[in-house]
Design a binder for this molecule. Sequence first.
Ligand SMILES: [Zn+2]
Length: 416
Amino acid sequence: MITEQIAEKVRKAEAEIVGVCRDFTRIPSENPPGDTTEAFAYAADLLRKWGYEPRVIEAAPRRQNLIVAWDSGRPGRHLVFNGHLDVFPAGSRNSWAYDPFGGHVDGGRLYGRGTTDMKAGVTASLFAFRYLREFERRLTGRATLTLVCDEENFGPYGARHLVGNFPEVIGDALINGEPSTPSIMRIGDKGLVWAEASFRTRGGHAAYAHVSENAIHQAMRFLDEVKAIETWKSPLPAWLARHLAGVGRTMDRALGKGATAVARRYVVSLGMISGGIKVNMIPSECRVEIDARIPIGGNVERVVAALRKAATKYGADFTLLNSTEPSVTTWDHPIFQIGKRVLERVAGEKTVFAVGLGCNDARLWRYEGVPGLIYGPTPHNMGAADEYVEIEDLLRTAMVHAATAAEYLAGAQTGA
Ligand SMILES: [Zn+2]
């Protein structure tokens, strides 16, 4: 019942919802550099206009986060929304047909850097939060909306800062609007390791091969060795391996053929390489940056140990840049049951529980034992030129966030 009412409300508010997402798109918040000041000023103004009292928390200069609370005044569940307002860099303007910060709407699509990841998801959460007020009499418990910076780097100033310092943002269930598709609801995500290895040799004239080792060749041997991590046995727990075997077809259809296989295994990617100054000189320096993805059941420690061992073998300096453990929850929590029901009703499509290939801030709540439901728009050109969100998808995300929240907070009365 609430779901239908909310769907109707969202439909009627289309112009306003698209307007807010468009405004966000027009405020550049690329990370790097990661300055989110203007985006947070806009979000805070909007919430104030809706009668809320947001707190803007600056974890470092020009790195803001926002916390805002809604309380029914009756005891009950505590739902938390989370989203990030920093976006990937737009890259070269020449490759874009539309201005990445123009908020151009064309053919049912809103174009711009960060539309799909994840200013549409944030817009949906904001409207969901706003609608709680309108259904207040039928709800119990409370909700907290958290907007953060520094997600694209998995850095310390965003969600990590809030979860670590503000216990009021933990709650008992989370909704996050990172991109997804109607056929998939994520219950977990892979972990990651980012590391750097620097190779140094004497260098010399390329013709005098006997005088020095070649730093780039050493890096290549190192890369061959760390690539072997991909052959490690899949560490997935048996229940999840069984589940993925059952939903693999749907996952592959939604995320591309081969996605389920990637979810199960380790992935090692060479993301950056630099070295050498001239073709006929033996390079004395080579620096590589590695991105390793860890399936659920695996752990950071084992991957780091393997990378470090290989670096030592080839005489490289090793630096661990960042890491995060994989995380998963089971789907028996009411937030998933309600979310699935709502999504299937709104999207008219069957939804399965699956795991993500990347990772996002929902992991921080999972580490605290809080199940995180991730539902957002289908990503189109995410991280590439002409990123866009379909308006229909933006509206559906708003419906799913708002109706799941309302049903979750209404359900506490009936035990649903
Ligand atoms: Zn994101």
